[in-house]
Design a protein around this ligand. Structure first.
Ligand SMILES: NC(=O)c1ccc[n+]([C@@H]2O[C@H](COP(=O)([O-])OP(=O)(O)OC[C@H]3O[C@@H](n4cnc5c(N)ncnc54)[C@H](O)[C@@H]3O)[C@@H](O)[C@H]2O)c1
Length: 414
């Protein structure tokens, strides 16, 4: 299958990034939004991305002009042409997506692949509104789409293998991204593994650690930034929403600390409101080498969170392993459910979250037996957040030391 023409639905942060990436690969793109001003804003953002590539000497001005000229904005479904693929990046609301896919199914040629960039909605449900569920697939790009390499490719229940192969090929060969195939499950791969780690960091704060201490600890361990820096960057309201969504889907392993909801109630949503775990107000932004300033309200907010519900405290000194192990344990649950292959777990966490080394490779270094015994110790003391996956126990009993021993045949087309 050739990818010569694409449509991107939604000209917001993700849609404009995806349109830029497609156009730079030589694909003609129609960028659709609901209002002219949104289309214009999207095109302006793309122009800015191209300008920055020229500045960095990645592209010449002529190349940038040519690629930018491949993108046409519209507000009308009548102007989508005959796309090989549509990538939808509109609002994260199921009704909006169902309406869009119903319309796309009616107007696009039968061969067109319909992809959604949803972060959490069901691919199978979105596919079910169309008469071509075999051609509907999740393509979850990361923000910013123009620089982040990872794309999670998520088949729904009825997605054909061909559609998945084409989506993987588009990513790896045409737009030069790194795709991983992920079985449809809440949080897909990266968010599913990231949130138990982020959540555990919250409990550690409730036990008395400071955000700087935890952030520094995990950065030393190999994370690109600490969880509290990431909470503030992503938006605490968004993280609270994802946390409770995953809890609803997976149960006690994801029991959220009440801390995020308390911060939201105080209007501390992170960088966008000037305060979250840290203070981001002008005058409080640290100069190079200076420590970040903690939100002065945080101590009081933690006290409030601690009074919501009693919780177990660890008898051990807080360390990075306590925070990272829930990510590893969840990776083993994902393997247990055959959501993803072992090698793709490490690829996903490296390219989707910037970890210097994959979580499985870090665990191999410590030894799986050691990891299991730590998880079991925390499970005894701290409860269900640390219930070990039976798959991990099985691997330990089998004496497995190296996840490469589990690798299936390499996937023909990544
Ligand atoms: N922002 C992220 O970090 C991120 C990462 C991965 C995936 N996503 C997903 O990507 C999608 C878009 O997210 P975003 O951050 O770009 O949102 P955004 O709010 O920046 O942009 C959404 C755009 O979609 C437009 N839109 C709304 N309804 C539409 C319709 N019916 N037809 C066409 N356009 C419509 C809006 O006008 C807006 O311009 C969501 O599903 C989100 O969950 C977001």
């Amino acid at each position: 299958m050739k990818f010569e023409r694409a449509v991107v639905i939604g000209a917001g942060a993700m849609g404009s990034g995806i349109a830029q990436v497609l156009s730079q690969a030589g694909i003609e793109v129609v960028l659709k939004d609901v209002k002219e001003e949104f289309v214009e804003r999207g095109l302006k953002n793309i122009k800015r991305m191209y300008d920055s590539r020229v500045k960095k000497e990645v592209l010449t001005q002529a190349e940038a002009d040519y690629h930018f000229g491949q993108i046409r904005g519209t507000t009308s479904y009548d102007e989508l042409g005959q796309p090989d693929i549509v990538i939808e990046a509109a609002l994260e609301t199921i009704d909006v997506k169902l309406e869009i896919f119903k319309t796309l199914d009616k107007i696009c040629p039968p061969s067109t692949i319909l992809a959604t960039n949803t972060s959490a909605l069901s691919i199978s449900e979105i596919a079910s509104i169309t008469k071509r569920p075999d051609k509907v697939v999740g393509m979850h790009f990361f923000n910013p789409a123009q620089t982040m390499k990872l794309v999670e490719v998520i088949p729904g229940v009825k997605t054909s293998d061909d559609t998945v192969k084409h989506a993987m090929k588009l990513c790896s060969e045409v737009i030069k991204k790194i795709p991983v195939r992920v079985k449809e499950c809440p949080g897909f791969l990266v968010n599913r593994l990231l949130f138990p780690y982020m959540n555990e960091a919250l409990y550690v704060l409730q036990e008395g650690a400071s955000p700087q201490e935890v952030d520094e600890m995990v950065v030393k361990f190999g994370m690109p930034m600490g969880p509290f820096t990431l909470f503030d960057m992503t938006g605490i309201d968004i993280c609270a929403h994802v946390n409770s969504f995953l809890y609803k889907e997976y149960g006690p392993r994801f029991e959220p600390s009440p801390l995020l909801d308390k911060l939201v109630a105080h209007g501390c949503l992170g960088q966008k409101t000037g305060s979250g775990f840290y203070s981001h107000e002008e005058g409080n932004i640290p100069q190079k080498g200076e420590a970040k300033k903690v939100n002065p309200k945080l101590e009081q907010i933690i006290k409030e969170a601690n009074s919501v519900k009693s919780f177990q405290r660890s008898s051990k000194k807080i360390d990075a392993h306590r925070i990272i192990l829930p990510m590893f344990n969840e990776a083993l649950y994902a393997l247990q459910e055959e959501v993803v292959t072992a090698s793709d777990i490490d690829v996903g966490m490296q390219w989707g979250c910037g970890m210097k080394r994959g979580i499985l490779s870090l665990a191999e270094e410590k030894g799986l037996e050691w990891c299991l015994s730590e998880i079991e110790g925390h499970h005894k003391e701290l409860g269900e957040r640390f219930r070990p996956s039976w798959y991990l126990k099985k691997l330990v009993r089998a004496g497995l030391r190296d996840f490469s021993q589990l690798l299936p045949e390499p996937v023909a087309v990544r």
